[in-house]
Ligand binder design. Sequence first.
Ligand code: 5AD
Ligand code: SF4
Ligand code: FES
Length: 366
Amino acid sequence: MSTGIEEILTHPEFSKEDLVSLLSADDTGTRKIFETARAVKLQYIGNKVYFRGLIEFSNICSKNCYYCGIRSGNKKYKRYELSDEEVMEAAAFAYREKYASLVIQGGERSDKKFIDRIEYLLREISKMSEGRIHVTLSFGEQSPETYRRWFQAGAQRYLLRIEVSNPELYKKLHPSDKHHDYYKRLEALKSLRKEGYQVGSGVMIGLPFQTISDLADDLLFFRNYDIDMVGMGPYIEHDATPLYEYRDQLLSQSERFRLSLKMVAILRIMMKDINIAATTAMQTLDPQGREKALMVGANVMMPNLTPVKYREDYLLYENKPCINEEAEECKSCLEARIHIAGDTIGYDEWGDSKHYRKRTTDEGKK
Ligand code: 5AD
Ligand code: SF4
Ligand code: FES
């Protein structure tokens, strides 16, 4: 088995069959995949990790995804939205600490008040930091016009996970209505790219009904869509969601974690110069989850800057870490973790996806 893996790892481009074999590799084969991924990371992008200060702006969401704890159908959480002051305070912390980059994330909404507010905050952050902080947004599917307005107000990157690349599987994980349409999501990804964003996407790993063949297709999806950044992690059950019913059919947590690490490593080998996040969900299933992801190819981390009083209400899945840790604590914690993984932190650097830089003519100002 593992000799087969070594041979596959020499292929300049992986086929679907190659990916299925890699994802099914035994322990010896998996070690080879991890070693190769680490070497590719060091050769192509080095050992620098970039911080993105994460602001969980609001848990108000108009969608009702079957896997997500903050779905509109879950009445258990108090719904919140950060005030302007809270957002600016978190942004100022990021600026002071030289994170150079923020991710503002929240439920999907497209009312005018919300769109205007995000636009306003983007301009304020840009003013406060004299354009030195780069902002990534993650507010789901929006119209091309909204994406354009936010881009013009200073957002440079956007994360829109496809969640699963198989349209049939997508249908099983979302209500069947016009708010949860796979093809609309694809259109949104394309329009983000057209508007000039660095585009990030991602998937969940180990979902009910998901097969190894689906995961191989997810990796091919990232390559075919020429994605600049990827954030993916294990699916984690949440008791206030419809998918909880299938919890007995899932892979064990350690198998899901292992599979997620393999996905990160294989993706690094396939797409050598993109940014890959070591996601919080990885750490939920393994105490060293994020460091392990860094060791096999990830190069981005997202320290949480959300005011602690809201964190209990932004639980997309169970056992999410850092619920009580202030921004300062997460910072030192992550510094130590990154050090253990043998990497360094790119303070005061935007850490743009090298892939994006290559595919655009704009060389950037930094
Ligand atoms: N387990 C893991 N990840 C989840 N997300 C939502 N619910 C879960 C869950 N139960 C992820 C989705 C979404 C991102 C913000 O969080 O991929 O895009
Ligand atoms: Fe809303 Fe995103 Fe959760 Fe779906 S996954 S319910 S869009 S926050
Ligand atoms: Fe938040 Fe470790 S990253 S406590």
